[in-house]
Design a protein around this ligand. Structure first.
Ligand SMILES: NC(=O)c1ccc[n+]([C@@H]2O[C@H](COP(=O)([O-])OP(=O)(O)OC[C@H]3O[C@@H](n4cnc5c(N)ncnc54)[C@H](OP(=O)(O)O)[C@@H]3O)[C@@H](O)[C@H]2O)c1
Length: 345
């Protein structure tokens, strides 16, 4: 079996760390793994399958000469180096927002639109974490009854904002319990002109504000979902940061063309790939972020008919955004590209 030269840009970040775990767990066919990050991490050692690998500084040379390069270092770094990596012959799988809406770049969730992988010209984009998790449950419902409109509210974990935000949740929680002063510095995002405490609080802003007073995260949910399912969908979103370490939760209200009862929807979702239904109200069983954390499957529950319209459903979806929302989905794209034989352009 052929093995490949693989690189991770952003290997020292929370998503980068998850890549190391998932590539190892799934025994991805790696010949040589190169770990790249900023100058400040140069020389750091990270464990991969029992070997200590040294982190190198990202550069045009360092991203060249690989078969697959996973980018997880933010949009600026992807814009600077992803094309160079692709030109040198690699398939780039990019976790940032840099290329997601580029018409030449497929945006892929392998359980939803795997064939879009075949259209790549060197770069494939991994969708926004909330979008990936949501679309896993939305697509099977859409296939069965055609979604006319979706109203989405998210409850997003701090790890979605990187290492600094996880640290903020722990630091602020300890300070709060000790009665000490708290100086928030990480959320809604590190470079924001004003910061909010996340410990014992929620923040109704994920990412910066954009058009119509919606945040960029909210617009990503709108545009990326439509691109993945291949048609313009009426969708509106409110994205909220909650004091949860890991795994995003999403409340979806779906208005459908055709009627689906709760039982029909549960049957459809339980047969959908990559999903596990946990929906036993009489036993008080439903998905939570703690249940979803560390798992590959997206958990779905609280399925109910919308009481206010003839054809509608409420669905609660929870997924580990560092796994299915980021590194796992990217690795699955890589596996599918190998299976389809379309690694290089
Ligand atoms: N966190 C999530 O749930 C999630 C989900 C989906 C997608 N994403 C995307 O994944 C990417 C990484 O997010 P994260 O949460 O892992 O962030 P993070 O924990 O802050 O890690 C950022 C990584 O990028 C590297 N980096 C930053 N600036 C760099 C530069 N100028 N040159 C080279 N490397 C640089 C960092 O290296 P140093 O350690 O050397 O600074 C680190 O390895 C982002 O594009 C994010 O939007 C994140």
């Amino acid at each position: 079996m052929r093995r490949y030269k693989v690189a991770i840009v952003g290997a020292t970040g929370v998503v980068g760390q998850e890549f190391l775990t998932i590539l190892s767990e799934r025994d991805f066919p790696i010949d040589k793994l190169t770990l790249l990050a900023s100058a400040k991490s140069k020389g750091r050692q990270l464990n991969f399958r029992g070997d200590m690998l040294q982190v190198e500084e990202v550069s045009e040379d360092a991203v060249s000469g690989h078969d697959i390069v996973f980018f997880a270092a933010g949009a600026t770094v992807s814009r600077q180096f992803a094309k160079k990596a692709a030109e040198s012959g690699a398939l780039v799988i990019d976790n940032s927002s840099a290329y997601r809406m580029d018409p030449d770049v497929p945006l892929v969730v392998p359980q939803v639109n795997p064939d879009d992988i075949l259209k790549h010209k060197g770069i494939i984009a991994n969708p926004n974490c909330t979008t990936t998790i949501m679309v896993m449950a939305l697509k099977p419902i859409d296939d069965a009854a055609q979604v006319k409109r979706a109203v989405v509210s998210t409850y997003q974990a701090v790890s979605g904002a990187g290492i600094k935000a996880i640290d903020a949740l722990f630091r602020e929680s300890l300070a709060y319990l000790e009665g000490e002063a708290i100086t928030p510095d990480a959320l809604p995002y590190a470079s924001a002109p004003r910061h909010y405490q996340i410990a014992f609080n929620i923040v109704p802003q994920v990412d910066a504000f954009g058009d119509m007073m919606y945040t960029k995260e909210e617009w990503k949910t709108v545009y990326e979902t439509s691109k993945i399912i291949g048609r313009k969908l009426a969708i509106t979103a409110t994205t909220v940061r909650v004091p949860v370490e890991r795994s995003h939760s999403i409340s979806m209200n779906l208005e459908t063309e055709g009627k689906l009862t709760r039982e029909e929807a549960l049957d459809i979702l339980s047969r959908a790939p990559g999903i596990r239904v946990i929906d036993e109200p009489e036993e008080l069983l439903y998905p939570t972020p703690l249940l979803a954390s560390g798992k590959d499957l997206v958990l779905v529950g609280r399925v109910r008919e919308d009481n206010s319209i003839p054809n509608g459903l409420n669905v609660w979806v929870v997924g580990d955004q560092l796994r299915k929302g980021a590194a796992l989905n990217a690795v699955e794209i890589g596996e599918k590209a190998l299976e389809l034989g379309c690694l290089a352009r």
